[in-house]
Design a protein around this ligand. Structure first.
Ligand code: ADE
Length: 269
């Protein structure tokens, strides 16, 4: 799959593509990423990419024209028509990162992570926003990293690319790892359990701290039961909304419900 990133700051994104486990996905081409410096598509001696907002107000707005020129160049590079017929099926989706978008989630990531998928054209907004006419004409979906305002969409683009890359087969050393991430449906949408490694006893700042003994028992069924109980308890404490969703989707087991009763969490979580 291929992602084209339209950005004023490709140098913010580039380093993330060459480090950590996800670099394999990018280096192997399983997830192709092309960076498109928006300023290359701006005209005039100053290569302007923004201007003051009509109607007044603070900040600057990104010009529609350089964005459209760059978007057309991306589409041409993909062998796609420069114009899309209004109402025609989306060939490659164009995503704008913006606080006004749908919140990025495992569901959104997995939609873009399907092997053999078309990927997307990712547009990183900056300044106060993007001229609405470019959004109306070219953007299919808006994605937000959360309910806060970033200085631009680059960090959100990197977040999506990283999350997509780690879901590609063979990218994580142990294929089971991605499935054991928090939010993965393989874990019924629960948060992940705590993890421990050597030494068995760590001399922490407050004294000796041991690994839960069940993890040293070698008893796989008991270890699995402990991990499941931890996931249920942690999700109930920290993200009751996720637990309620898991319950509504029929993903909680009788043993989970029994644990929740014992812990004093009522059914109306
Ligand atoms: N650009 C500015 N704020 C953003 C946010 N919260 N998510 C994605 N892109 C953004």
């Amino acid at each position: 799959m291929r992602f084209d990133v339209i950005t004023l700051f490709p140098e913010l994104i580039e380093p993330y593509l060459t480090v950590g486990v996800t670099r394999r996905a990018f280096a192997s081409g399983a997830v192709q990423v092309r960076l498109w410096p928006l300023r290359d598509f701006a005209e005039g001696p100053y290569r302007r990419v923004d201007d003051r907002p009509f109607g007044g107000g603070p900040g600057m707005v990104m010009l529609a024209e350089p964005l459209h020129r760059c978007w057309q160049a991306v589409r041409a590079d993909r062998g796609l028509a420069a114009c899309r017929v209004p109402g025609a099926p989306v060939d490659v989706p164009t995503v704008l990162f913006s606080p006004a978008g749908e919140r990025l989630s495992h569901t959104v990531v997995s939609r873009y992570a399907q092997p053999g998928g078309a990927g997307a054209i990712l547009v990183c907004g900056r300044y106060e926003g993007v001229d609405q006419r470019f959004i109306d004409a070219c953007v299919d979906e808006q994605i937000s990293l959360g309910d806060f305002v970033l200085s631009g969409g680059e960090i959100a683009a990197v977040a999506l690319l990283d999350a997509v890359a780690r879901l590609q087969p063979g990218v994580l050393g142990d294929q089971a790892s991605a499935e054991q991430d928090s939010f993965n449906p393989a874990l019924d949408g629960l948060l992940d359990c705590p993890h421990y490694t050597r030494p068995e006893v760590w001399e922490g700042p407050g004294g000796a701290m041991s690994v839960p003994s069940v993890l040293l028992s070698g008893h796989h069924a008991q270890i699995e039961a402990w991990r499941r109980a931890q996931r249920v308890q942690i999700t109930a404490q920290r993200r009751p909304d996720l637990l309620a969703q898991a319950r509504a989707q029929g993903r909680l087991r009788p043993s989970d419900e029994q644990l929740l009763r014992e812990l004093g969490y009522n059914r109306e979580l």
